[in-house]
Design a binder for this molecule. Structure first.
Ligand SMILES: Nc1nc2c(ncn2[C@@H]2O[C@H](COP(=O)(O)OP(=O)(O)OP(=O)(O)O)[C@@H](O)[C@H]2O)c(=O)[nH]1
Ligand SMILES: [Mg+2]
Length: 479
């Protein structure tokens, strides 16, 4: 028996509720045969799947607490094994004594403390959940916004898994078609059959792309977007952070070089998390501290999904200021910040008025080679007066490819996005082998096999042990 199989044979127990005090706390145990343990802890065998009020006692017969016992004999339980849940008063002392008692009574069977996520891992191994659904359990617990909760529920209910399975079924049929031909080496892929394969491959690619679009939205909803506020000193970056967050987080003064270090804040737009970083103004400086700050600004920019380059409309007609703008745009380009990641915003509209602001922004944009990025219109803001924020929020969502989907978004992870990308590459390669003169059918079959395999990584039908270890280690204990 491999060590991971041996570990799965041992019964496990843990406190399932969060650490600290609460009205109710839960101790949970799972194992292949918990009947002995149940009688030991409860004194009787409670009716399955009913709440039974009982007293739970220590080895000397003293009452630890009275509470509810919930008994789920296998296979009708969360893990698919026998599961016992005990609900008692939610104090750390009570829960520890009760957990100790459970471990003691299960000792003969090798009962031990559960590792993080081990209950869910067992549910996965016993076919109660696939891997994407197991991940959704963790995501549901982690969800902090309404949109994330609903998205995680959709994944947990299997919305993503069903789409993955449907696509996998298409690929299985396609592989069968190609491999049937492989079994008869003297017959080449006939013209008609080649058409059938090409047709099916085209359909599979279309379905894959639809799934990719939904999955990307789901990953965005889970992981959010990293946005950096950049620009020269005193243009209003910190004011913009405060305006977006709706709170006075960053220090704002009229002294250039106020912000010395990066400041992070997570906000949300339509439920999409936005991790915003305010940075030190970009300029050449002799001040040692500010120098480090500017260095950190560049580091933040390098790791950003989007860079909001803030311009000060009130100074756009000053040659020295404009030169600074040109230098920053040049440096951004040199550091590989492509136009798609760069968003120009024009601040302090209130100082110059809207008409003049539009004119100044257009002139400067043309000088900075930023007109295309400004389409359809420059983003005019007044961070101080909280104006223009709605348009900015909308543009940020548009840039990151967010679309509200009528059928609802399911929560997804970067892991899923990458698996689908892998599948796409193999299917495209398979398509290339299909072109005349179709050099070798084996290559086509192999690409389809690899594509299929990449897809099955999502639901965990194909998965390496260390991937599973990685995923479940991030759960909390008791789940
Ligand atoms: N009139 C007006 N003033 C603004 C606006 N936004 C910011 N300011 C003022 O501009 C000055 C600089 O604002 P900050 O937000 O500190 O600018 P910053 O870009 O963070 O500056 P550093 O941290 O020094 O790089 C402050 O006096 C702000 O009140 C605006 O929309 N209109
Ligand atoms: Mg600042």
């Amino acid at each position: 028996m491999s060590s991971s199989l041996a570990r799965r044979a041992e019964p496990i127990a843990a406190v399932a509720t969060a650490a600290g005090r609460g009205a109710v706390g839960i101790v949970r145990a799972s194992g292949r045969d918990l009947r002995g343990l149940v009688r030991g802890v409860c004194g009787v065998e409670p009716q399955p799947r009913h709440a039974t009020l009982l007293g739970f006692r220590n080895a000397r017969g003293e009452l630890i607490d009275s509470g509810l016992a919930l008994w789920f004999p296998a296979p009708h339980s969360y893990t698919g094994e026998d599961v016992l849940e005990l609900q008692v008063h939610g104090g750390p002392g009570v829960l520890q004594l009760l957990l100790q008692r459970v471990l003691e009574l299960g000792g003969a069977q090798g009962m031990r403390l559960a590792r993080p996520g081990e209950f869910t891992e067992r549910a996965f191994h016993n076919g109660k959940l696939d891997l994407a659904q197991a991940e959704a359990v963790a995501d549901l617990i982690e969800a902090t916004t309404g949109a994330a909760v609903l998205g995680a529920q959709r994944s947990l209910a299997g919305e993503m898994s069903r789409q993955v399975q449907a696509l996998a079924a298409e690929l299985r049929e396609l592989r069968a078609l190609v491999e049937a031909t492989l079994d008869f080496p003297e017959e080449d892929l006939e013209f008609v059959q080649a058409h059938a394969v090409a047709d099916r491959l085209g359909r599979a690619l279309r379905d894959l792309r639809a799934l990719q679009a939904r999955t990307r939205q789901g990953a965005l909803l889970r992981e959010g977007l990293h946005v950096v506020l950049a620009g020269q000193p005193n243009v209003g970056k910190s004011s913009l952070l405060n305006a977006l967050a709706g709170a006075e987080l960053a220090i704002v003064t009229d002294v250039p070089g106020t912000t010395r270090d990066r400041l992070r804040e997570s906000i949300q737009i339509e439920g999409v998390p936005l991790h915003v970083i305010d940075t030190a103004g970009l300029r050449d400086t002799c001040d040692t501290v500010e120098k480090v700050g500017v260095q950190r600004s560049w580091e933040a920019i390098a790791g950003a999904d989007a860079v909001l380059l803030v311009h000060d409309l009130a100074r756009l007609d000053e040659p020295a200021y404009l030169e600074g703008e040109e230098r920053i745009v040049r440096q951004l380009r040199e550091r590989g910040v492509e136009a798609a990641r760069l968003l120009h915003v024009w601040n302090k509209t209130d100082v110059v008025g809207r008409q003049r602001a539009l004119q100044l922004a257009r002139q400067a944009a043309s000088r900075l080679g930023a007109e295309a990025a400004d389409a359809p219109a420059p983003l005019l803001l007044s961070a101080r007066h909280q104006q223009g924020l709605q348009a900015l929020r909308g543009e940020l969502l548009r840039r990151c490819g967010w679309q509200s989907m009528p059928e609802g978004v399911f929560l997804a992870r970067t892991r899923h996005v990458l698996a689908l990308q892998g599948c796409e590459q193999h299917l495209l390669q398979a398509g290339a082998w299909l072109e005349p003169p179709r050099p070798a059918l084996e290559l086509l079959a192999e690409e389809l096999r690899l594509g299929h395999q990449a897809l099955m990584e999502i639901t965990g039908e194909v998965s390496a042990d260390d991937l599973l270890g990685d995923i479940f280690a991030r759960f909390c204990i008791g789940k």
